[in-house]
Design a protein around this ligand. Sequence first.
Ligand SMILES: NC(=O)c1ccc[n+]([C@@H]2O[C@H](COP(=O)([O-])OP(=O)(O)OC[C@H]3O[C@@H](n4cnc5c(N)ncnc54)[C@H](OP(=O)(O)O)[C@@H]3O)[C@@H](O)[C@H]2O)c1
Length: 321
Amino acid sequence: MSINVGIIGTGRISHMQLAPAMQHIEGARLWSVLSRDNRRAAEFANLHGATAPVNAYASLASFLADPSLEAVIIATPDALHARQAIACARAGKHVLLEKPMATTAEDAAEINETFKQELLKLGIAYHLRWHDGHRKIAAMLHEGMLGKPRYARALWTWEAEDNSNWRAHPELGRWWGLAGVGTHCIDLMRWMLLPVCGEVTRCRSVIDSSTYGGPHDETACVSMQFGDSVPVDITTSVMFSAPSRFELYCEEAMVVCEGTLGPSGGGTITINNAPLDFELRNPYVGEIQNFIDAISGTTRIAVPGSEGLRNVELLLEAASD
Ligand SMILES: NC(=O)c1ccc[n+]([C@@H]2O[C@H](COP(=O)([O-])OP(=O)(O)OC[C@H]3O[C@@H](n4cnc5c(N)ncnc54)[C@H](OP(=O)(O)O)[C@@H]3O)[C@@H](O)[C@H]2O)c1
């Protein structure tokens, strides 16, 4: 039996990563598509092979009224996630929700409460957890092979052409670089460090928004402390392009990841200057497969709504300075 999965939003991530990844998922198939525009929905559904007899919709209610639709991937602007996710849950559909899960902590908490009431699966789409090299580092760290962590930092930036993207505007987003990529860095740090260091106890930041003068972060330097002893730095920007880096310094190991923060599952990793071998796996296949397997009952959701909520709380804290 194949689980029927619909997609909401026909934008960049749906087109470039999520719908193509659906072709490689065992036990699920792309079923239908919701867009604001019916023709765009139909083009997308046909291009990516959505298999429902009626596979394109421009109304959320009609899309969700299909009893054969079992699960939904939501990939729309951040401020729309809460309303759409809650509507999916009320219609009995499981949801894989793009990051950040919401733009307020209240919305994130309401999403979580709704899925709990409806006994449905909710996963938050942090694909970096499915990068094979990251998984190897996390396993080594959690098994104590790297020694105690001392410090970590991440740099992930891109250069926006202008400020026309919805992330720069408060009606559809709440953060710019922090929502585009910073939320991934926060999740990566939490996934790696939480089990060995404990919760984030402090968060401070310096935010620059001086070029466009809008309400959202252009460059953000965020420092957090895990437990009582491990500081981390996260830098994001939409003002310049730079090779992405994730570095983790432990008692017995120096881990340097170059170019692993991105969509590809690639890049290079060294541990104490020796290359780490890892497989080039599509991380979006990993995240969607986890969602499908959790619906099937063979595993747990890797990133539950509780982690999504904590991530939103940290974004709010970071952006408030
Ligand atoms: N995990 C990752 O690697 C990753 C990467 C990029 C983005 N994301 C997340 O995925 C979500 C979508 O990001 P994206 O980069 O794909 O954005 P995008 O290219 O702008 O696409 C968003 C889509 O949402 C739909 N939409 C509905 N209402 C809209 C509105 N009022 N304004 C604009 N679009 C609207 C549009 O599809 P229709 O025109 O068909 O309605 C649009 O194409 C965000 O939450 C983002 O954070 C995740």
